[in-house]
Design a protein around this ligand. Structure first.
Ligand code: C2E
Ligand code: MG
Ligand code: MG
Length: 667
């Protein structure tokens, strides 16, 4: 077979270009061998990655333990503390190591055979073989150490022996390669060069694969456990750290705290300034949060704008709350991102846990607490309490029902009379919304107003309340004329106050119902008033321009300074029920209520007491000079028909209360 003969070539050149059949076959199969080797090698890398990840997880634990050790107690690294040989993670890591050694060994055997067959100088071949042997032995020993639970030794072994063995092996391969080149030069036969090329190539691939594999496996392991954007640990690694912290707390009896931290207005940043700015913000937040923690604590990004923090060995919930507040106030300063000043805040839910708590419960509890924090008003933290969970579960169910409730006419208004404290005459009413749920019955406003705020339903609902109350009040004014005409109080929520269309809605309702603006009192709670003072102030001024009155609801529960009252254009102070509760016994509360009434008088504001439940309270309020009051003692919130009866009666006599006609509210 002369297919390697050049056409027209002479006899002398024939000898040079003739390649023996045996070698021709080798050259022909060479690409296949190399491809097979490459595929084989790559597959090994892929297979390896999963197990490597487990190994990496173990190393990550080691890192965590190391940093904790530095903080808590100095001393040698005791890996035995962080893992045990029966730990499934360790077992899988060892299996992975073993599985990957076998193909390597087979490859090496083939390689050595080839080396010997090619007549490489003995010392070089021997050294190569010895280096390969030593390399495998170190890996075997490593496996034995891991299986025997001697982790600290294994750890040191990994760093010293394995690296030494690998570098000896690499240098032996280099020497072999040099020696091959020498052989090839001397042999002057193309077939030898071909064979040498195969071996060289195999050696090269072996080395490259070895290096690449380590690099890729390392990268893959890192990616598997870290968030690519912020480089923080991801959910998987975070859970592992929590699990591990729980195991430790079983031994040392200390508690851990898990904090879930979610940005409140991230979506709007992303929507208005774009994803790039959003990404920078997430990185910036990660950096700020990290500065609030001890080196031994862990901060992770769970996804989106959600971060998780693990505080180990906390003495009490107070410590966790302090850290949470520190994290929140780290956001006080705006971020400057691509020329934009971006201000964000966040909400944090905290669960303080012991080793008895299952990890899934811990994360779920922190999540529930975080929702509670968001519901309470953003930019705050909440500690998990068991009753929160019920509230959230109910919330989820309610949310979908709530969307249909307005169309289904499921909302109703009740009215609570407000009387002049001195005379008992009805001076006004407060409209209070209720939801007649088809299966749950009467749902009180505090169970759905916050939800309606979050979903935006509060805007159409608020308009409906205002309109319905105005129509009803106007009708009662006509049926029961009095001087001044019956006033109606309607509650406004924070979201309504922020709505640009609010003033138009109010004007339109007044116009369409014919209710005098001075008969309408809009009630805003103290905490809402104080939330964004500048813009709130502007809205209140616009409301005043319509000649509508404004009441501060639940006065005394929010902002502790009274001085702001001077600056807000309010007409009425509604003293919160919590003060009225205690006034009978001439306590501190009575002094407070007296002070509030005096303050109101000096500022020209009317004072209304909320939640009067007893005759003694009413009498005390009379003595203190409170102008008006409402409460169960006088009447519970009533439906329209009951209220009709009350208005016919017009005056409340002590102990002959309206409750004669209205014993219990609907539901
Ligand atoms: P609020 O405006 O302070 O209303 C007074 C609340 O105290 C009412 O609760 C009323 O039923 C209750 N109350 C009155 N007298 C007594 C008493 O003697 N003892 C006790 N224990 N409670 C008394 P309700 O109706 O459950 O409303 C709770 C809150 O929900 C209201 O507090 C108000 O902030 C909000 N709300 C009610 N209706 C609306 C509405 O239409 N829109 C908005 N945005 N919020 C509303
Ligand atoms: Mg009110
Ligand atoms: Mg109130």
């Amino acid at each position: 077979m002369n297919f390697f003969r050049r056409p027209g070539a002479g006899a002398s050149s024939e000898a040079r270009f003739f390649v023996p059949l045996k070698h021709a076959r080798i050259i022909m199969v060479l690409p296949f061998v190399l491809a097979a080797l490459a595929i084989y090698g790559l597959n090994t890398v892929r297979d390896y990655s999963d197990d490597r990840r487990v190994g990496q997880l173990m190393l990550a634990r080691v890192e965590a333990a190391a940093s904790r050790q530095n903080v808590v107690e100095s001393g040698t690294l005791q890996l035995a503390v962080v893992a045990d040989a029966k730990d499934p993670g360790v077992v899988r890591a060892v299996d992975g190591l073993r599985e990957n050694i076998e193909p390597l060994q087979r490859l090496a055997d083939t390689y050595m055979k080839e080396v010997r067959a090619q007549g490489l100088p003995r010392p070089i071949a021997d050294r190569l073989e010895a280096a390969l042997d030593a390399y495998h032995r170190t890996l075997d020993t490593q496996i034995e150490l891991l299986e025997g639970g001697e982790f600290d030794q294994a750890f040191r072994y990994d760093h010293i022996r394995i690296e030494t063995a690998a570098s000896t092996l690499n240098s032996a391969i280099d020497d072999a390669n040099v020696s091959y080149e020498e052989l090839a030069r001397q042999a002057n036969r193309i077939s030898d060069i071909g064979t040498v090329a195969v071996v060289l190539f195999a050696a090269l691939i072996l080395t490259l694969l070895q290096r690449q594999r380590t690099k890729w496996a390392g990268q893959m392991a890192h990616q598997a456990l870290h968030d690519p954007l912020t480089n923080l640990p991801n959910r998987l690694l975070f859970k592992d750290r929590v699990e591990h912290a729980l195991a430790r707390s079983e031994r040392n009896g200390l508690k851990n705290a898990v904090l879930l931290f979610d940005l409140d207005n991230f979506k709007s940043v992303n929507d208005t300034l774009g994803h790039e700015v959003g990404d920078h913000l997430l990185i910036g937040v990660a950096e700020r949060v990290s500065t609030c923690l001890r080196p031994a604590d862990t901060v992770a990004r769970l996804g989106g704008d959600e971060y998780a923090i693990l505080l180990e060995d906390v003495e009490s919930a107070t410590v966790a709350e302090t850290v949470a507040r520190r994290v929140l106030s780290s956001l006080d300063q705006p971020f400057v991102l691509k020329g934009h000043r971006v201000l964000v805040n966040g909400s944090i839910g905290i669960d303080v846990c012991t080793h008895l708590d299952p990890i899934e419960d811990i994360l779920a509890n922190a999540d529930v607490a975080m929702y509670a924090a968001k519901a309470r008003g953003k930019g705050t933290c909440e500690l998990y309490e068991p009753n929160m969970r019920h509230a959230i579960v109910t919330r989820v169910d309610l949310e979908s029902d709530l969307r249909n409730a307005l169309d289904a006419n499921e909302f109703i208004l009740q009215y609570q009379p407000i009387i002049e404290v001195a005379t008992g005459t009805v001076a006004g009413i407060e409209a209070l919304v209720r939801w007649m749920h088809p299966t749950r019955g009467l749902v009180p406003p505090l169970d759905f107003i916050p939800l309606a705020e979050q979903t935006g339903l509060i805007l159409p609902l608020g308009k409906w309340v205002l309109e319905t109350a105005a129509i009803q009040a106007k009708q009662w004014q006509l049926e029961h004329p009095m001087t001044p005409p019956l006033r109606v109080g309607v509650n406004l929520s924070a979201r309504q106050l922020q709505d640009d269309g609010l003033i138009d809605v109010i004007s339109e309702v007044l116009r369409s119902t014919g209710l005098e603006p001075s008969s309408l009192i809009l009630e805003v709670t103290e905490s809402v008033l104080m939330r964004d003072t500048q813009s709130t102030m502007e809205v209140l001024r616009d409301i005043k321009r319509l000649n509508v009155q404004i009441a501060v609801d639940d006065f005394g529960t929010g902002y502790s300074s009274l001085s702001y009252l001077k600056h807000f254009p309010v007409d009425v102070i509604k003293i919160d029920k919590s003060f009225i509760d205690g006034i009978e016994n001439g306590s501190e509360d009575a002094n407070l209520v007296r002070a509030i009434i005096q303050l109101g008088e000096s500022l020209g504001l009317k004072t209304v007491a909320e939640g009067i439940e007893t005759r003694a309270q009413l009498e005390e309020l009379r003595r203190l000079g409170c102008k008006e009051g409402q409460g169960f003692y006088v009447a519970r919130p009533l439906d329209q028909k009951m209220m009709d009866l009350v208005l016919e009666k017009t005056r409340f006599e002590d102990d002959q209360e309206f409750t004669d006609v209205a014993p219990e509210p609907v539901g």
